[in-house]
Design a protein around this ligand. Structure first.
Ligand SMILES: Cc1cc2nc3c(=O)[nH]c(=O)nc-3n(C[C@H](O)[C@H](O)[C@H](O)COP(=O)(O)O)c2cc1C
Length: 373
């Protein structure tokens, strides 16, 4: 079905077709029975893929990556597509318009996107209003960021404020320090700044946990464009500050394999197929340092169950997708979930975690050789 409408959608500007698709889906959801039908078609029940990460039970390890539903408007619809969970946002304390349009570009031959959205969002208050109106939904991670016009000396206050606001509405909170389209944001990955940011956020997490009597896990989301020293610094700080997870990776400022593609010269972060290897190699480096002490959420260029498997074996505990959804439509979630379920069944193991653990220790079973270490 998506194959039929995709050529029409691709005639339109990428952001307009995104708004159109979700606008139509919200209208369709007003028709009684739609929700049940969508779930029947797309959600797959796979008990052996259920995984516990950050103390949360995920129905399957395939989640929606941040950026697709920045304002928590489509949570009901997205909850029915078979994802194990959704990450919403990035949301900032105050509303902001983002960069001028056009700011999202397709590279169809390469199954990639370039975006420079610049955190457009309605601000945390309206975000939460919208989320709370949606009723029963999947597990939710909320990804938070800074406002662009916040003076650098108050950036940490932005994170603390957003963190406090979403604390009881999120199943986990993702701290975005890696989007390439907010000037200065990635500098927060540097040792001194990251140390201070994590110190203050951890303090906030403990204090809020005591008063609200709930523990909300905290993850940081990192860039794929990190050198080995930066990876070492980040993992050390993550361990020192007892982070609950690391999400790897955001989009890249590099253009792997696209050096001669004219469209790829658009400024912004690249996602999709050309990002896959880079992100998997960062996951593997993180895992080498962390050795399972902190879980990793792997994201970047996952289009198939084999891609997801490759990242799991490289060190990820959970996987997220975004760009594949644009190129393949919602059925891609079911396809990846079904492919992983088949792999678990074929392994003779009881569940996914056991299958991955076996593959990591017995590499000849993994069939993973393609990513750079
Ligand atoms: C249009 C677009 C907007 C995005 N916005 C965000 C965002 O607001 N916050 C964030 O952490 N990541 C954002 N991302 C990055 C994705 O969450 C993901 O890390 C990246 O796209 C790599 O995954 P993929 O190759 O499966 O798309 C965005 C990606 C795209 C394509």
């Amino acid at each position: 079905m998506y194959k039929l409408i995709r050529p029409l959608l691709f005639l339109l500007d990428a952001e307009i077709s995104h708004d159109l698709v979700f606008g139509l889906a919200r209208l369709l959801y007003l028709v009684p029975g739609t929700r049940v039908l969508v779930r029947l078609l797309l959600a797959k029940i796979t008990p052996r893929l259920s995984v516990e990460v950050m103390g949360l039970q995920f129905a399957n390890p395939i989640g929606l990556a941040a950026g697709l539903d920045k304002n928590a408007r489509n949570v009901r619809i997205l909850s029915d597509l078979g994802f194990g969970w959704l990450e919403l946002g990035t949301v900032t304390p105050r509303p902001q318009a983002g960069n001028p349009r056009p700011r999202l570009f397709r590279l169809p031959t390469h199954h990639a996107l370039i975006n420079r959205m610049g955190f457009y969002n309605v601000g945390v208050e309206r975000f939460l209003d919208s989320l709370n109106r949606q009723g029963p939904r999947a597990l939710i991670g909320i990804n938070i960021g800074r406002n662009k016009d916040t003076p650098d000396e108050h950036v940490i206050d932005d994170y603390l404020r957003a963190f406090a606001e979403v604390f009881t509405s999120a199943d986990y909170i993702a701290i975005n320090i890696s989007s390439p389209n907010t000037p200065g944001l990635r500098d927060l990955q540097d040792r001194k700044k990251l140390d201070e940011l994590l110190l203050r956020l951890k303090h906030q997490q403990v204090t809020l946990g005591r008063t609200r009597r709930v523990y909300t896990p905290m993850a940081i989301k990192v860039a794929p464009d990190l050198n080995d020293d930066q990876v070492a610094v980040i993992t050390k700080l993550a361990l020192d500050h007892k982070l609950d997870a690391i999400i790897a990776t955001n989009t890249t400022l590099t253009r792997p394999g696209l050096e001669h593609v004219l469209r790829a010269r658009e400024p912004g972060g690249l996602s999709g197929r050309p990002l896959k290897e880079l992100s998997t190699s960062v996951i593997h480096k993180l895992y080498t340092h962390l050795q399972g002490k902190i879980p990793i959420i792997g994201v970047g260029g996952v289009e198939t169950a084999d891609d997801a498997w490759e990242k799991l074996v490289a060190g990820a505990d959970l996987i997220q997708i975004y760009t594949a959804l644009i190129y393949q439509g919602p059925s891609v979630v079911r396809k990846i979930v079904a492919g992983l379920a088949r792999r678990v069944a074929a392994s003779g193991c009881a569940n996914l975690a056991e299958t991955v653990a076996k593959a990591r220790t017995e590499p000849h079973l993994t069939e993973v050789t393609s990513f750079r270490l």
